[in-house]
Design a binder for this molecule. Structure first.
Ligand SMILES: [Zn+2]
Length: 304
């Protein structure tokens, strides 16, 4: 039966995605997803030009949904509860929308892709359509733990349903946080035109968005002016107060580090940055917030 084939393709897609994330990390290039994998001799792409995607091999229901922030189907990931996915167009009976409805009725697992920057996608799976709102032209979506897929269908009891609901809420909250973090990272790195603000390294894979005011603080909002694009080394050095950025946008390296003697990484990677200006975004509004740097500088002084 085609249903059985669809199910096997779905599970193979999840497995393949997991393997890609082991290689590339959380954010995957679009080219790889569009190319997909080969299933029993047939190529299975993971996404297509439209938001709701069903590869030709599958007959029952879509395999993935995609969100492009700011695009025509900009789905608000919100701050709590289920995630929202917008219908394709305004016709609830459009084949794509009907496909998602079938996925909801049969509780079929899907993949959700978020574009965090052009050509770069964050994947969450398995996701389930858990609600349908024709008035608002949206579906409710929840993310589940992949481990749950491997377990036999839970029996229809209130206890297991409750447990599944709690687990999905929990996993959905984690994914929402990942999406926010990746979006912040993408915006910060873009503002610095893919450079480490300290050493100017230009490899996106080695860059992070460091928070100036920690995101655990109430005022640690994910705005670009609360971020610095830093390579892995300088991110860790900044977090551990090996060095800091003064409010005048110059680097200060901790005295004990300046007094150390060691090889080229210490000399060029850390000591050499002392008193040097940082690399800044072109747009003034995206520059690091000087008040935040002032607070950070006080923490640095207290720690060193
Ligand atoms: Zn660096």
């Amino acid at each position: 039966m085609s249903t059985e084939l669809d199910q096997r393709v779905r599970l193979a897609a999840f497995q393949w995605l997991r393997a890609q994330m082991d290689v590339h990390g959380d954010v995957l290039p679009r080219s790889i997803l569009a190319e997909g994998f080969v299933f029993e001799g047939t190529r299975v792409p993971l996404l297509g030009p439209q938001g709701i995607f069903k590869p030709g091999l599958m007959t029952e229901a879509p395999l993935s949904i995609t969100t492009i922030p700011g695009g025509p189907y900009d789905d608000s990931i919100g701050s709590g509860g289920a995630l929202k996915y917008r219908y394709r167009g305004t016709d609830p009976a459009h084949p794509d929308n009907r496909g998602l409805r079938r996925a909801m009725q049969a509780q079929l697992p899907l993949v959700w892709f978020w574009r965090v920057q052009p050509g770069q996608y964050l994947a969450a799976f398995p996701v389930f359509i858990v609600g349908d709102h024709p008035q608002q032209l949206t579906f409710d979506v929840q993310v589940d733990d992949p481990v749950a897929l491997a377990q036999p269908r839970e029996t229809e009891s209130f206890v297991s349903e409750d447990r599944a609901a709690i687990r999905r809420e929990y996993v959905t909250a984690i994914v929402r946080r990942r999406v926010h973090q990746q979006a912040f990272r993408a915006r910060v790195i873009e503002a610095y035109r893919t450079h480490c603000a300290l050493c100017r390294l230009r490899h996106q894979e080695l860059l992070d968005a460091a928070h100036i005011t920690a995101d655990t603080e109430a005022t640690g909002e994910p705005v670009v002016s609360n971020g610095l694009s830093l390579c892995k080394l300088h991110h860790a050095a900044f977090d551990r107060h090996f060095l800091t950025v003064r409010p005048d946008y110059t680097v200060e390296v901790r005295r004990s580090i300046l007094e150390e003697t060691d090889g080229p990484m210490l000399i060029h990677g850390l000591q050499g940055l002392h008193d040097k200006p940082i690399y800044l975004p072109r747009e003034v509004s995206l520059e690091p917030d000087r008040d935040r740097l002032e607070e950070r500088y006080a923490l640095f002084r207290a720690a060193t």
